[in-house]
Design a protein around this ligand. Structure first.
Ligand SMILES: Cc1cc2nc3c(=O)[nH]c(=O)nc-3n(C[C@H](O)[C@H](O)[C@H](O)COP(=O)(O)OP(=O)(O)OC[C@H]3O[C@@H](n4cnc5c(N)ncnc54)[C@H](O)[C@@H]3O)c2cc1C
Ligand code: SF4
Ligand code: SF4
Ligand code: SF4
Length: 358
């Protein structure tokens, strides 16, 4: 077993996958920074949408979604506004059945909703998360203020709206196609029974082929036989056969059944938490909002709380195409700041780590 302690950052679906990996396997994931996430986009179709505006990805300096628009800040300084209703036509299909806004199974969740520009809202969920944020504030990496009741109300309202709208989409989808497994209310005992009868073929039928796959790469990472490959858009199995007693890919997928301790309670609008703050970095100034994620990761590496961080940078030869990287280099963490509105298999680099320790 590796001695690595990894801090990762991810959207709610990726954090759910990480939590299931921690629940069902031994894992080097030590600290989870979850992002808020309303929706995500298809890289290919977002490119096509930009063509309508006579633009390409490499002209864009920063994306920002607020107040019903996608704002594109161009490298020339010009700001282009695309109505969110238009951008929503290129949202990934799996996002329409996602009921979670705030990464409820993280150690700390970070997003812009609720905070003023240049600050991030931070939901502290675990004892470990609380200690780390308190210490980062004490050591002057971060500064923090209380969230006001009206800021909290706004966040709760937006989270409830997402859950309500996408619950309706789930109902509609289930009336036409297979059940959306991650929303099934089952006992842990029943879930284990389902898992014991399921393998990659069931994942393909219930998640991948019905447009529920979030492309997180958890299945690819955990496969002990190295049978699963994500190259472009979908996980594929390289060979037909599977060892009869292995069900791990089905167990860890964020879109299959969720054990009770990780399941979203839709009555709790933003999940369980210990504290909620509005936070800003004191050490970094180039990021999406308060540069809080970058600063937490810098603090964790610089104080040796973790051995590596799992971050999402941009691919060298494809502007704004996300790529997951494992790094202990603070300059790399800083370079990866800012939001990329698309997906990549976030767990892919952990596979290398697994191989390194064999
Ligand atoms: C797809 C997506 C949708 C989002 N939607 C919302 C929303 O609706 N409302 C809201 O309040 N906030 C949303 N966020 C979060 C918000 O954009 C900021 O990431 C968050 O406020 C943290 O800002 P920061 O300045 O602290 O982060 P920074 O210090 O700039 O760090 C950003 C971190 O995000 C990671 N990252 C970048 N892109 C991705 C990605 N595609 N997947 C996983 N990790 C990534 C990077 O590794 C980096 O470490 C979304 C984020 C993503 C990735
Ligand atoms: S499924 Fe889509 S909306 Fe939900 S957390 Fe993942 S990327 Fe965000
Ligand atoms: S060996 Fe296990 S993890 Fe790999 S594809 Fe088969 S069932 Fe899934
Ligand atoms: S099928 Fe694999 S890549 Fe897709 S959501 Fe499930 S675990 Fe993630």
């Amino acid at each position: 077993m590796t001695q690595e302690k990894i801090a990762m950052v991810g959207t709610p679906c990726e954090i759910m996958a990480a939590s299931k990996i921690q629940h069902y396997t031994t894992s080097p994931i030590y600290f989870k920074v979850g992002l808020f996430c309303m929706e995500n986009f298809s890289y290919k179709y977002f490119n096509k949408l930009l063509e309508e505006y006579d633009l390409s990805m490499d002209e864009i300096e920063k994306f920002r979604i607020e107040k019903g628009y996608t704002f594109l800040k161009l490298k020339t300084g010009e700001i282009i506004k695309i109505p969110l209703s238009k951008a929503k036509t290129v949202v990934r299909k799996n996002c329409n059945i996602c009921v979670e806004l705030t990464s409820e199974t993280s150690d700390v969740s970070v997003g812009s909703i609720g905070s003023e520009p240049g600050w991030s809202t931070v939901i502290i969920r675990t004892e470990k998360g609380e200690k780390i944020i308190e210490d980062a504030i004490k050591q002057k990496y971060l500064k923090a203020k209380e969230l006001t009741p009206s800021q909290l109300k706004l966040l709760e309202r937006i989270a409830s709206n997402k859950a309500r709208e996408n619950s309706e989409n789930i109902e509609y989808r289930e009336s036409k196609a297979r059940p959306v497994l991650y929303q099934r209310d089952k006992t842990d005992e029943n879930i284990l029974e389902e898992i014991s009868e399921s393998n990659f073929d069931d994942l393909r039928a219930n998640v991948i082929n019905v447009g529920a796959c979030v492309l997180c790469g958890a299945c690819e990472y955990v496969c002990p036989e190295d049978l699963i490959l994500i190259k472009n858009t979908k996980p594929r199995k390289k060979r037909k056969s599977c060892p009869a007693d292995c069900h791990t890919c089905f167990a860890v997928c964020p879109r299959t059944f969720v054990p009770l301790k990780l399941r979203n309670d839709l009555k709790k609008k933003i999940g369980n938490y210990r504290k909620i703050l509005t936070v800003k970095s004191l050490t970094h100034n180039r990021g999406q909002d308060g540069v809080v994620v970058t600063t937490i990761l810098d603090y964790l590496i610089s104080t040796n709380k973790v051995t590596q961080t799992l971050i999402i940078d941009k691919k060298e030869n494809m502007p704004w195409k996300p790529i997951a990287k494992l790094t202990k280099d603070v300059d790399e963490i800083v370079k990866a700041s800012g939001t990329k509105y698309s997906v990549c298999p976030v767990f892919k680099p952990l596979k290398q780590l697994k191989r390194d320790v064999v």
